[in-house]
Design a protein around this ligand. Structure first.
Ligand code: ADP
Length: 464
């Protein structure tokens, strides 16, 4: 199985895509699959990884052929190939005006690199817009190595908000594809759209939760592609992401003062004490945590608007996040107004995130949309009940009033309704049972990897 992705933990990561690309190939290898992961060779690979450089490949690109370097390493029965080019020697992974061109180059390099390593896949799995043109290239591209033309493909949508758009003529020129394709799936109202091309040409499309697969077919969630999703719904399904249960394990978490599990929660009480002491919060109040990117998607503005009333309900708030400058200012201002009952830390802080998951009583996840979401799963594993918007992966992982609290309307009042339920339950007889049930949920990758493996089999069989 050939896995093409723009980021992969532990080498590169900006979000959930990196987590999935890191964990799923290992879970598939455990099931007996032979997996090659192809990813860009960014200037700074995390964890000091040093792939072995094995030479160049000639990539069909922009009307000719251009050289790209190939690096490789193996880890835990998974092989990795890194595509080297000046395009990836920048400070950040994304965010440049020529991103579509950069990842068109990467897309075109994937088959040549796999062939260079002597890898003959039976199926391709591509992810998000960066590798969205691969199914189309496999269907129509010139200069593909033996075994690659017509290779069956699965495409996974991690977030439909980002689609990779450019001019039609230039995208076809970069990818060296026939001009007639300008009238095909890549054409979204006159622009080239990498994600829509993938929806059209992949043999099967998945989203990272079953509910999100339904939601993207609606205008409120589809970001202009809802019609296309409806059109391809016969080959669309959702497979829930798993959680790295080794990294997120309260019984073996070096960031906590003392480990704990569901049979003995004294370590959780210690974590709360350490957290409230570190942030200067009133220890007696029930503690509502937030660990989130500060982006419109995540609905943190609802927490800010409800801030006064959350404190009036009796909560203390521990907020950790970074991103949008306006939201960063707003959470800081809220904390300044409620000294002792609201604390805000702006930044990306792995250690504090662990302590908030462990030390909080509840975690607010008020996302406007959520393709899957990991933070609610982490919270449950740490005995912290999520108070979350009833959408996407949050809907699929949280059982209202059994493992957490769900609210429907993305308004401060919607959030306050659910925090009110949680506040009423906190300290009562039902709370410990809910915590125990939440901690017993199985979010490991095993089940999801099995579903992907089954899907690959189906796709390969039907392509024959
Ligand atoms: P998304 O990928 O949309 O940001 P997820 O819930 O899928 O949301 O994953 C977010 C991951 O990033 C979680 O592991 C969460 O703990 C982590 N995270 C988000 N913001 C921060 C932060 N400011 N500091 C530390 N970790 C963070």
């Amino acid at each position: 199985m050939l896995f093409a992705t723009s980021e992969v933990h532990p080498f590169s990561k900006t979000g959930g895509l990196g987590d999935v690309s890191g964990a799923l190939p290992h879970a598939l290898a455990t099931l007996g699959h032979e997996v090659l992961v192809v990813t860009p060779w960014y200037r700074t690979l995390r964890g000091g990884a040093r792939p072995l450089w094995i030479g160049d490949v000639q990539v069909p690109f922009a009307g000719g052929f251009e050289a790209a370097g190939v690096g490789t390493l193996e880890s835990g029965h998974v092989r990795y190939a890194f595509v080297g080019h000046a395009d990836y020697q920048r400070d950040d992974l994304y965010g440049y005006s020529d991103d579509v061109r950069r990842f068109a180059r990467f897309t075109r390099a994937v088959p040549q690199v796999a062939a260079r390593l002597g890898f003959r896949p039976d199926v391709l799995h591509a992810h998000d817009w960066h590798t969205g043109y691969l199914p189309m290239v496999l269907a129509h591209g010139w200069h593909l190595p033996d075994g690659f033309p017509g290779l069956p493909s699965v495409f996974t949508v991690h977030n439909v908000q980002y689609q990779g758009t450019s001019g039609l003529a230039e995208a076809l020129w970069w990818l060296r594809l026939p001009g007639a394709l300008a009238d095909d799936y890549m054409n979204h109202f006159g622009s080239a759209n990498a994600m829509q091309a993938a929806l059209g040409f992949a043999h099967h499309v998945t989203t990272v939760s079953p509910t999100y697969a339904h939601e993207v077919q609606r205008p409120e969630f589809g970001y202009g592609l809802d019609g296309t999703f409806r059109h391809v719904r016969g080959k669309l399904s959702g497979i829930l992401n798993g959680l790295d249960t080794h990294e997120w394990d309260p019984a073996a978490d070096a960031h906590l003062p003392r480990p704990f599990d569901r049979r003995d929660l004294t370590g959780k009480a210690d974590a709360k004490r350490a957290l409230t002491a570190a942030l200067g919060l009133d220890h007696e109040r029930p503690l509502l945590g937030v660990v989130s990117r500060l982006a419109d998607q995540k609905g943190i503005d609802l927490v800010v608007q409800a801030g006064e009333r959350l404190v009036a309900q009796g909560w203390a708030l521990a907020l950790l996040g970074s991103g949008d400058a306006g939201l960063e200012r707003d959470v800081r201002a809220l904390a300044a107004r409620h000294h002792g009952s609201v604390a805000a830390v702006v930044g990306f802080d792995e250690a504090l995130a662990h302590l908030i998951y462990a030390g909080s009583d509840a975690l607010a996840v008020p996302s406007r949309f959520e393709p899957c979401g990991l933070s609610q799963m982490i919270a449950m594993r740490y005995g912290t009940l999520p108070v979350a918007r009833d959408t996407g992966g949050l809907h699929d992982t949280i059982d209202h009033q059994r493992t957490g609290f769900l609210f429907e309307h993305a308004t401060p009042e919607g959030l306050l309704w659910a925090t009110g339920l949680a506040r009423a339950a906190y300290g009562g007889s039902s709370w410990p049972g809910m915590v125990d049930t939440a901690m017993r949920q199985d979010f490991s990758w095993e089940a999801s990897a099995g579903r992907y493996a089954e899907l690959y089999r189906t796709v390969v069989a039907s392509a024959r």
